[in-house]
Design a protein around this ligand. Structure first.
Ligand code: G6P
Length: 481
């Protein structure tokens, strides 16, 4: 450790691109207060934050605004500023138009630009510096997701006393795809600064370890890598393992039992004219989610007469996302064009084939939608996990309803009783939708029971505990041999 090291006050620090709070604007349009964001990650980590002296380092979402650290509930928040160029190059560019498509099977073509990479590096340095400045001696740091893959190595260099974990929320691609990245060696070295690197699926961890072997040449023994960046610094062992993330089960089941939310779910059914079947899709409007494939299958089912507009309504919630990135703009046009065409063809004065909602909704309304729907459609072409599938299962307290689930979503590893599909196979997808619609109540209940047990036993708190205890346990003995 360098003699000049200064230590901060916090023993446990989460680092993520976004801070876990959203700004609530005043009625007069001013910048008001902050509200905790709805995600499960915050819920899972809030208790750990309370117990340890916890801080969260992240961007607060507005370009060109420098904010002082502030307290929110039991969390100490450290905002990291981004200027408008960095929002464009680091966030929209390298994170969401290079890494995002590259890590999701190149569904959209990734773009490689050197000035985006420079910005990514610079912003990762800023996150690492902000973290190092507030970390107490020997603190535990948990870095989240693909936007910050260089942070572990940068942090280790600045503060070798820290215990560093990293979790990748999205898939890690196969070597043959990852190989396209011009900065493939630097990104892998960046991640290997962590003592423990968590992935969603075992296949993500093994893809990563193959890339380590190929592109950095450190020795790999089972899940463990002996990292020696250069001969002047001491080496360390970094482990790569799967820790499938989950949801805040208690929150969802509590909401699903609330009388006003149950009433709202009935109201939704009534407002749709009490159709025989309600199908539901809930996604960020992202090309990885397979919304176009889902609409195509549904359109063909309407055309074949296997689904009738009088009997069935499809609700598609598509929450706005990354709207300044070209591929997302194109996707919106495509999806909205398809919905318009399908509704134009099949709607009657009384019935609409697809209720398309380009909004985000509070969790209460989401749970009402889950309760109102007979069939949930999750048709992602590639998805790290897909928490909507788990939320649907958790919300189905009556053990009814069917889940159509893509085998390319991480959730398919555990939700084996879903109707599993390859969304590229449109005939297969149509069959899966019909199977779900026609499933007998007894069979639906049998499957939902098993899936609910799985989700209820593995909530997000269990996920964070298992990651953090594995991080504390450190190197496995056989790796030192
Ligand atoms: C995915 C990523 C997250 C990201 C979220 C929303 O779930 O894994 O890191 O925060 O999408 O995307 P956004 O770009 O709006 O943060």
């Amino acid at each position: 450790m360098s003699p000049g090291t200064t230590y901060g006050d916090f023993e446990f620090i989460v680092v993520s691109n976004r801070l876990p709070v959203d700004r609530v604007n005043d009625d007069d349009g001013g910048n008001g207060t902050w509200r905790r964001s709805p995600g499960g990650l915050v819920t899972a980590l809030a208790p750990v934050m309370e117990k340890a002296d916890g801080a969260w380092v992240g961007w607060h979402g507005a370009p060109d605004e420098v904010l002082e650290p502030f307290e929110h509930g039991d969390m100490h928040l450290v905002p990291v500023p981004l200027d408008p160029n960095e929002v464009e190059f680091y966030y929209e560019g390298f994170s969401n138009a290079t890494l995002w498509p590259l890590y999701h099977d190149v569904i959209a073509p990734p773009e490689f630009h050197r000035h985006w990479w420079d910005s990514y590096r610079k912003v990762n340095e800023r996150f690492a510096e902000a973290t190092a400045a507030v970390a107490s001696k020997g603190a535990t740091i948990w870095v989240q997701d693909y936007q910050l893959q260089l942070v572990p190595k940068l942090l280790r260099a600045a503060r070798p006393d820290l215990k560093i974990g990293f979790f990748n929320h999205i898939p890690f691609p196969p070597l043959e795809i990852y190989a396209q990245l011009p900065w493939r060696r630097q990104v892998i070295e960046g991640l290997l600064g962590a003592d423990l690197i968590g992935f969603q699926r075992p296949s993500d961890a093994s893809n990563f370890l193959r890339c380590v072997r190929r592109f950095v040449g450190f020795s790999v023994r089972q899940q463990q890598v002996h990292v020696q960046y250069d001969n002047s610094a001491p080496g360390h062992v970094s482990r790569a393992e799967a820790f499938p993330i989950s949801i805040d089960v208690q929150r969802i089941t509590d909401l699903a039992n609330r009388p006003d939310i149950i009433e709202r779910s009935k109201e939704i059914r009534r407002e749709l004219g009490n159709p025989k079947h309600i199908l539901l899709g809930v996604d960020r409007l992202d090309y990885t989610k397979g919304i176009g494939h889902r609409l195509k299958a549904y359109e063909e089912l309407l055309a074949d007469g296997k689904v009738k507009v009088e009997d069935a309504a499809l609700i598609q919630v598509a929450s706005p996302s990354r709207e300044r990135v070209e591929q997302y703009r194109l996707l919106r046009e495509e999806v909205e064009g398809a919905v318009g065409r399908i509704n134009g063809t099949y709607d009657t004065i009384k019935n609409t084939a697809i209720r398309y909602l380009h909004h985000s909704y509070p969790v209460e309304e989401m749970v009402a939608l889950y309760l109102a729907s007979d069939v949930m459609l999750v048709t992602a072409l590639r998805d790290g996990m897909n928490l909507v599938a788990k939320e649907y299962v958790a919300a189905r307290t009556g053990n009814r309803g069917a889940l159509v689930l893509s085998e390319f979503a991480g959730a398919a590893d555990t939700l084996r009783q879903a109707v599993l599909v390859n969304p590229h196979d449109i005939d297969g997808l149509k069959e899966a939708i019909v199977t779900a619609l026609d499933m007998s109540p007894a069979e639906a209940t049998r499957r939902m029971r098993i899936m609910r047990r799985q989700v209820l036993q593995n909530d997000v708190e269990r996920w964070s505990k298992s990651f953090l205890s594995e991080l504390q346990n450190g190197v496995k003995e056989d790796a030192l041999v």
